[in-house]
Design a protein around this ligand. Structure first.
Ligand code: MOS
Length: 729
């Protein structure tokens, strides 16, 4: 059986449900007797909670209970372990102390008979507090502390830097960014005796289940977490946040289901964000443009209650042929909510600094930026010493440069014009590590002839339902519309997080294994006693086009099961990465080229064109893969030009809503020309797929800032690029 028939532009099998409103998101579920939670949060970023007065709120219409520190049960903190799959967004339990650590921190949950009643009553809770000076942002946070386990030193970077003929030394800043998910976070919790069922908007039903089991000291089997559909997560829904715990406590206390749909504004406060970062990049090179030294020192903000590192420089030692590299990471506390993984965490930020610094080096040397990167291409991952499993970065440069028309670029800044507009061309390398985790899948041939696939990963909108169905259909010959896919439930066989761009590479091998195993079982049973081909040699059987063949005779799955008098034939298969990780380094690569236009007369900056070529291994479904990569490019435009979570001088959130937090809209959309190279990475998994969720974004910030320099002659080292920065003399 081969998988060559994959790589099909199959439309989403859940598309109709989504556009017709039939897809059930966490906040859509209703249960009999359900109550509604609405949070009361800290109005300030720093201080102490003195007293909460609930008298008015408890007397308000429909209010049933208010959950707060005074009546909250003793719970366990989650071990917060990635390996144990119980990592959480914030380890601190709700209401654990009286400190006000950040604006938007939960102080209570009002529970009422309707959302409106809960919201109205929440406004009646009076909060007495004392204020303390807040650390409002990274610029006033000091030096923070070093994450010792993240420091990497190859060779003698300091010495190599001093000895280099040409040096670059610059600082790069990125603002705090919000995930800005379309579907707000939501939890619906209900208890049946000692069992807990939770509908949650999560990128990891298994992680969420495990974390809740830890917090409530239950066996994982007693907890079920369901997320059939997710309206994007971007990292904010990878790990559990406190609203889920408070809602479960409320439901247990009241003996009724409780649903908390997090108000839009608090999605910006306490479900993570990309931390603001400050990075120093020092590059040393010879006159020919060969890198001699790379020193990358990063600092990111974290909250007072959690040590979150964004690992901004983690990819730097792997990117170019340079023997002398040092990277460090520091974190500094600010009075903001806890940061978390967001849209290519770390690498998107780190790559902005590295790829902008390389552009500065190219200018200094008078070398074409593409040529500079070609000269420093590395055929091995120098961080691990291992060869790449597959690396077609040079072809990405060539292909994207040709399609973009890079040869038309006059390297002199401000030299290219079109009427009133100055035109800038910029480019950057894209990259994202390829990860794979264990996965278990079940394949069941059903009596009605359908093939059912089940695994406890989830589809965060990226097309997982579709590629699982494609895989099962193509391996079995059962038509796509006769394949049923069950995802998003922790009761299913254990599946991976939908994060880190690893769901495809992790899930499909298990799905394929289960389908093959189910076919083998069906064959074995069919030649056994009472089977359709009783007594036949297994070597004489062939499963093809959804039927079992024996010579010229064949039977459908439905007929086989009927003969066997069985309702189904099932197989469960687990797969995990093997020791291939010891033999090669797995990473995806790409190149992105951007044209910006700056009209100084009316101070208008826009991105006119984006051309990208991505080497991400085999595309299982080019339609959904391109959707993701284009989505990544749009996120990159947001990072480059718009997205900035702003705080007041006292640390309070300023623009925590969709009116004031600017994301790219259709009017901002440039022409996007995307090509994916199709080099299956068969050392990684049998499908050769490395994943495409995040890489699209990783070079866009630098490519835009490099294009802005080319258009305007101004080197902007801060994202998002503000028009004010272009107007400053
Ligand atoms: Mo992604 S930041 O792993 O959802």
């Amino acid at each position: 059986m081969t998988v060559e028939v994959l790589n099909q532009r199959t439309a989403r099998i859940d598309g109709e449900l989504k556009v017709s409103g039939g897809a059930d998101y966490a906040g859509d579920h209703q249960l009999p007797g359900m109550l509604h939670g609405y949070p009361v949060v800290s109005p300030v970023a720093s201080g102490r909670l003195e007293r909460l007065d609930f008298d008015a709120a408890m007397g308000a219409p429909g209010v049933v209970e208010i959950i707060h520190g005074g009546n909250f049960p003793r719970l366990n903190r989650s071990p917060d372990s990635m390996a144990e799959e119980n990592k959480v967004g914030e380890v601190r339990l709700p209401f654990e102390d009286d400190q006000l650590h950040y604006h938007g921190q939960y102080l209570a949950l009002v529970v009422a008979d309707s959302f409106e009643h809960a919201r109205a009553a929440a406004l009646l809770v009076s909060i007495e507090f004392s204020c303390a000076p807040a650390v409002a942002g990274l610029s006033s946070a000091g030096e923070g502390r070093e994450m010792d386990d993240e420091a990497v030193t190859l060779g003698e970077p300091e010495r190599a830097l001093v000895a280099a003929e040409v040096r670059i030394d610059a600082e790069y800043r990125i603002a705090t960014e919000a995930h800005a998910v379309m579907e707000t976070h939501a939890t619906l919790a209900s208890w049946q005796d000692d069992r807990l069922t939770v509908y949650e908007s999560t990128q990891g039903v298994v992680f969420h289940r495990n974390a809740l089991a830890q917090v409530f000291a239950m066996a994982p089997e007693q907890v079920e977490v369901i997320a059939h559909y997710i309206g994007s997560g971007f990292g904010s829904k990878l790990f559990m946040w406190p609203h889920s715990v408070i809602t479960c406590v409320a439901a247990r206390r009241l003996g009724r289901p409780v649903r908390t749909v997090l108000p839009r504004q608090w999605n910006f406060a306490n479900t993570g964000h990309r931390p603001a970062s400050l990075q120093r990049l020092r590059l040393g090179a010879d006159r020919a443009g060969k890198l001699q030294a790379i020193l990358h020192d990063a600092l990111n903000e974290t909250s007072p209650v959690e040590a979150y590192s964004d690992s901004c420089a983690s990819a730097t030692p792997s990117m170019y042929a340079c023997d002398h590299v040092a990277v460090t990471q520091r974190i500094a506390e600010v009075n903001h909510g806890t940061p978390t993984s967001m849209r290519a965490p770390g690498e998107a930020s780190g790559n902005f600094a590295l790829e902008t610094a390389l552009d500065e080096l190219a200018v200094e040397l008078g070398v074409c930026p593409v040529e500079l990167r070609r000269r420093n291409f590395t055929a091995r991952d120098l961080a691990s010493g291992l060869p790449w499993s597959s690396n077609h970065l040079l072809e990405c440069f060539d292909d994207a440069a040709r399609r973009f028309g890079w040869e038309r670029r006059d390297p002199v800044p401000r030299s290219m014009r079109d009427g009133h507009e100055l035109i800038g061309y910029g480019m950057a390398t894209q990259s994202w590590s390829a990860m794979r985790k264990h996965c278990t899948a079940r394949a069941s041939f059903l009596a009605d002839g359908r093939l059912s696939i089940a695994t406890g990963t989830q589809d965060i909108g990226t097309g997982t339902y579709t590629i699982v169905a494609q895989t099962a259909s193509q391996l079995s010959g059962v038509p796509l519309d006769r394949v049923e896919v069950k995802l998003g439930d922790s009761q299913l066989p254990t599946g991976p997080l939908s994060g880190g761009s690893m769901a495809t590479a992790s899930t499909l091998p298990a799905v394929a294994g289960a389908v093959r195993e189910a076919i083998a079982t069906l064959e074995r049973l069919s030649i056994g006693e009472g089977g359709r081909f009783e007594g036949a040699a297994s070597s004489a059987l062939e499963f093809r086009d959804g039927r079992l063949w024996h010579g010229a005779e064949s039977a459908s799955v439905a007929e086989l099961l009927q003969t066997l008098e069985r309702g189904s034939v099932d197989a469960v298969v687990s797969t995990a990465p093997g020791d291939e990780q010891k033999r090669a380094s797995f990473r995806s690569f790409g190149a992105v080229f951007v044209e910006v236009r700056w009209d100084p007369g009316i101070s208008r900056l826009r991105v006119a064109r984006v051309v990208s070529t991505i080497d991400g291994g085999r595309m299982i479904n080019p339609l959904t893969a391109h959707n993701q990569l284009e989505g990544g490019i749009v996120m990159g435009l947001g990072m480059a030009l718009f997205e900035r979570l702003e705080y007041e001088r006292d640390g309070r959130l300023h623009n925590h809503n969709f009116a004031d937090y600017i994301v790219p809209v259709h009017a901002d959309m440039p022409e996007i020309e995307l090509v994916t190279l199709d080099y299956p990475d068969l050392a990684f998994n049998e499908f050769g797929a490395r994943g495409v969720g995040e890489i699209g974004l990783t070079g866009v910030g630098a490519a835009v800032s490099n294009a802005v320099f080319h258009a305007t002659g101004k080197r902007i080292r801060e994202l998002p690029i503000r028009l004010e920065a272009l107007l400053e003399q």
